[in-house]
Design a protein. Structure first.
Length: 162
């Protein structure tokens, strides 16, 4: 797709404004008269060395400030109570990835749910996520599944796979 310099600049401005690819696609049609498929717009972004910006996530709300206990309220030798509190969002679900994926899998690893039941997880060649619990018929709680998905995303991101 050949665009002149002013058209390229318009597309770059749209991306800098935070427009999504589908929005750029609509503007190309409405403002420049170019009817492109979504995939053609993706290729155009590559050709122009542009990438859409991720939407800014709202900052998490800070919990209300609680008065810290005075040193006389702490047990002897304790400087703070931070070590005793679980991290925010802690669900006691742990996820690890195998260094070498199981044969036929894109990625694999292990998960331990909050009730200490272990399972193997994997992504097959089609990109489908699977869980194989050590205990037959086991189904993790919805909260554990959510925590598993979040931690799996973090683990895969850490490994550069997500």
């Amino acid at each position: 797709m050949k665009l002149d310099d002013t058209q390229r600049q318009k597309v770059a401005d749209w991306i800098n404004q935070g427009l999504k690819l589908s929005e750029v696609q609509k503007r190309l049609d409405s403002e420049l008269g170019l009817k492109l498929t979504y995939m053609e717009v993706r290729f155009l972004m590559d050709d122009l060395s542009l990438s859409p910006k991720d939407p800014e996530k709202p900052a998490p709300k800070a919990p209300p400030a609680q008065p810290s206990p005075s040193s006389s309220e702490l047990p002897p030798g304790d400087e703070s109570l931070e070590d005793e509190l679980p991290p925010a969002g802690d669900s006691r679900v742990t996820v690890s990835a195998d260094q070498i994926a199981k044969p036929g899998m894109l990625a694999s690893g292990k998960v331990t749910f909050s009730d200490r039941i272990e399972a193997d997880w994997y992504f097959d060649q089609m990109g489908r996520l699977g869980l194989a619990a050590k205990q037959p018929g086991y189904r993790p709680s919805p909260a554990d599944l959510t925590a598993f998905q979040q931690q799996l995303q973090r683990e895969l991101s850490r490994l550069g796979m997500y």
